[in-house]
Design a protein around this ligand. Sequence first.
Ligand code: BES
Ligand code: ZN
Ligand code: ZN
Length: 473
Amino acid sequence: MKIKKIQNLDNFTGTILIPVFETTAKSIVPIEYNEISVYSQVFYGKKDTHYIIEKSDSTHIFIGLGKELDYKALKTIFRRIAAKQKDVFGKNVALVVPESFNNNQVEAAVSGLLLGTYNLGHYKKTELHPFLNADFELNYIAKTDFGETMEKALKIANAQLETFALVDLPPNRITPEYLANWTTETGKKHGFDVTVYGREKSAEIGLHSFLSVGKGSAREPQFIIMEYKPEGAKKHIGLVGKGITFDTGGLNIKVAGMVQMKCDMAGAAAVLGAMKLISDLKLPVQVTAIVPACENSVDAQSFLPSDVIQSYAGHSIEIIDTDAEGRLILADGLSYLIKNYKPDTVVDLATLTGSVVGTLGYECAGLFTNNEDLSKRLRDAGDKIGERLWQLPLWDAYTPDIESEIADVKNYSGKPVAGAISAAKFLEFFTEKHTSWAHLDIAGVAFGDDEFAKTKHATAYGVHLITNFIERL
Ligand code: BES
Ligand code: ZN
Ligand code: ZN
């Protein structure tokens, strides 16, 4: 999609998008634009409504914005127009930017438009969305120049679209090796270094906890390390994303919801999308990211409940449940990152527990940290763009939940309560007492139902949140 500012619609024919804030219902004053009068009986800018009218060879879409709206609502409105009115778009589209729109609103609208091109039918013969044609141009009319903001909006949406695909594509395509190759290619394109350790090298380094989870899979585990080092960076952020390309539960096989477990690499996909976006935007912050990627499968080689395994940090772990595998790969990811790269702040993202879904539902992710400044920064970054977080405790009172008789720590309390918290306590044990670490349990928000598809699908939660957090440092 290319962006072009135009002065007026004099020589324009095509589809014209006219966002309208809500006027008083049933006003006798019609909404006027381009010699079109729209009467309030049919449209008055109410949120989530639109009105389409043909005039002088152009299709005019009046888009209702309501009285006031947040970033996410605005983005969704534009995504909806692009996704559901696909048939009325040709090569020429003009967006009439309302005078009151600020940069954030323009960003939300334009990235929403591009997200609307997403098609879940990856394996179907479908026509390309008109916006994705190489010569497609998005024209805009505005008092000020929004060129830079619009380019940024496209970068945000492109990173989110990549993340959608990584999560929605099936586990026989998105294997650990696929993730490693995707990362290597993206690193080459956007300028970050990528190192990948397979089974042998991971064993040599001592990533035993990570390797235990992948033992039952024919697909080789891949420990993916990304290093983005812009010149003059003063801050260094570390990221870790859970990359279970499919979670069968292992020998503690899942009895419910297994079919959705291709989403268990959504934390990894968020980190990968964020790395793409951060490097594409050339943000002046050093970022080191780790994605431990493997499949949790059932096999004679699988790790067993009651096994005691080792970890990179040198702590032994008693396996109570093989379905609590995410924390095992994150443990090695976190301690490897902290020991070898010493970032100022570490954030991990993981579809870690069903418990967080029971606690917070689908509205926000669970946030765990002992650093109040970091907590506030993350929550603020999320609130601005509609990827919300809610903090849950990490009190010492929960430590007995991970205490083992036989080993240094166990991977599950064995009790059906406070599961998201005890999982976070387990991760905390592997953060080497880092004073600025946060864990985001995104199990409820990474993959969900909405108006854009009949089945659950990726949301790309985290890509923009992490990027925005880093941008605001
Ligand atoms: N991948 C799941 C968590 C999950 C649940 C992700 C729902 C997305 C949606 C995780 O590995 C898991 O199985 N957790 C168990 C842990 C339990 C066995 C201690 C859970 O939360 O039930
Ligand atoms: Zn599991
Ligand atoms: Zn899992």
